[in-house]
Design a protein around this ligand. Structure first.
Ligand code: AMP
Ligand code: ZN
Length: 455
């Protein structure tokens, strides 16, 4: 069964075929590590994790690269404003490196909590300055660049397909030409290298053939992806906000430098997580992190389950009520699964249905439906092994037993019941069992005494 994925390049679902047999290169735009990654950002990494798991499930070898933007991302994506990392460093009285390391380590822990598989390669922009300079040199040599008083820019009018990817109205954009143009030739031109205003003042700056400064934000992704995946590769992922500027610019500079068309075969974009009344974004200050959810009593895997209930190309509206209902479903699911015995068989019928769902552009909501149908099917065989196989993709740790904390009150009642049973006072034992049940726990009599389970 062939995997179909929606390619932003064609705006269609296409049959996936890797450039090299059985081997898939994926590049995912990573975080700008100047603050916490919110649960919206993490939705995008859950999406790329599902993609990777599906490819692995289907037998492909995957080489996954995620970058870490630790320099050069200005407060406006369009090359103006302050450098986000420098700004945070000044505010928190730390070095740029300390800021980047701190927020990266929180992000990394969040990925682990969400059971997101680590990429094969993490790469930092600051550790690839040489590669970025080399790429700008290639673009300069080919005549795509020009210099202004604040940097080296890419002349987008020299790339005839500029804006095609995002279906940008270039003519319309250029019409309001003079506003905010500064020394740029075209409104859509973007910085490849920015000069330090006062060399020696910035925390992060490097020498270059054009002067002391730092790279523009977009160039890092072209330089690092080509270093680790080659000048043409299979899949590039990110959030939908990246389509009109960041990815449009990545395509322009890479297709001009490497002369491979298309530079990337499949572009995949995850839709946003939003609040009912608007965007979840760092700039609006309205964010929630995984730690915030944990403080409110939600396990990170509940959030993962919540994300899987909506297709990655659909907007997902976040509310505590929606998360609460995901929590109930996830706990119910795990409880039912904890009772299933392993008959060492696979259920091919359900597995086929599941594979149809994942092959259809990673349709996780449908795949979850198949799982629920399987566990509710009293006749079905091979539940345990089939769920185990499905969970290679879900990554929900469905078969991992939960260690629940039993409240002291429940423990006391369970001990009283045990005594009643020893004294053959069955009536009292049954009453106590019902009392425990009313408090939300089920008592099970095992070989080594009682056990209780949350219901
Ligand atoms: P950033 O650190 O801002 O570069 O964002 C990291 C990733 O999160 C990018 O792929 C963004 O497209 C994505 N992203 C940002 N905001 C959201 C959101 N509200 N929902 C889903 N993804 C998002
Ligand atoms: Zn990128």
């Amino acid at each position: 069964m062939v995997l179909k994925i929606y390619n932003t390049l064609s705006r269609k679902k296409e049959n996936f075929k890797p450039l090299h047999k059985d081997f898939v290169g994926i590049y995912s735009c990573g975080p700008t590590v100047y603050w916490y990654q919110h649960i919206g950002n993490l939705r995008t990494y859950i999406f790329s994790d599902i993609l990777k798991r599906v490819l692995k499930y289907k037998g492909f070898k995957v080489n996954h690269v995620i970058n870490i933007t630790d320099v050069g991302h200005l407060t406006s994506d369009a090359d103006s404003g302050e450098d986000k990392i420098e700004k945070a460093a000044q505010k928190e009285h730390k070095s740029a490196q300390e800021i980047a390391e701190h927020y990266f380590s929180v992000f990394d822990k969040d990925l682990q909590k969400l059971n997101i598989i680590q990429p094969d390669i993490w790469c930092k922009a600051t550790e690839h300055i040489k590669e970025q300079i080399e790429l700008i040199k290639i673009l300069e040599k080919k005549g795509y660049t020009y210099k202004t008083s604040d940097g080296i820019y890419f002349d987008t009018s020299k790339f005839k397909d500029y804006g095609k990817f995002a279906k940008l109205d270039i003519k319309g954009l250029q019409a309001g030409k003079r506003v905010g143009l500064g020394e740029k030739i075209n409104k859509t031109d973007f910085a490849l290298w920015k000069f330090s205003e006062e060399p020696g003042k910035r925390m992060q700056e490097w020498n270059s053939p054009w002067g002391v400064g730092f790279p523009g934000w977009h160039i890092e992704c072209s330089a690092m992806s080509s270093k680790y995946l080659g000048e043409q590769f299979d899949i590039h992922t990110g959030g939908i906000d990246h389509i009109p500027i960041h990815h449009t610019n990545e395509i322009a500079q890479s297709e001009c430098a490497f002369e491979k068309k298309p530079w990337v075969k499949f572009w995949m974009h995850g839709e946003f997580l939003t609040f009912k009344d608007g965007k979840m974004s760092k700039s609006s200050g309205k964010i929630l992190t995984i730690s915030d959810l944990e403080e409110k009593g939600f396990k990170p895997l509940v959030y993962r389950y919540f994300c899987l209930t909506t297709h990655y190309r659909k907007q997902l509206i976040f509310s505590m009520e929606n998360l609460e209902s995901a929590k109930n479903s996830y706990e119910r699911l795990k409880n039912i699964i904890s009772e299933i015995e392993n008959d060492k068989k696979l259920n091919e019928k359900y597995l086929e249905e599941f594979e149809n769902a994942i092959n259809d552009d990673l349709d996780m909501p449908n795949a979850l439906q198949v799982l629920w149908k399987l566990i509710r099917d009293e006749e079905a065989e091979g539940k345990f092994e089939t769920i185990k196989k499905m969970d290679e993709v879900f990554g929900l740790k469905l078969l991992e037993k939960e260690k629940i904390k039993i409240p002291a009150e429940i423990k006391k009642l369970a001990d009283e019941r045990e005594n009643a049973r020893k004294n053959k006072d069955w009536k009292k034992a049954d009453e106590l069992r019902d009392k425990i049940l009313k408090k939300g726990y089920q008592i099970l009599d095992g070989k080594e005494g009682w056990e209780v389970k949350k219901i």
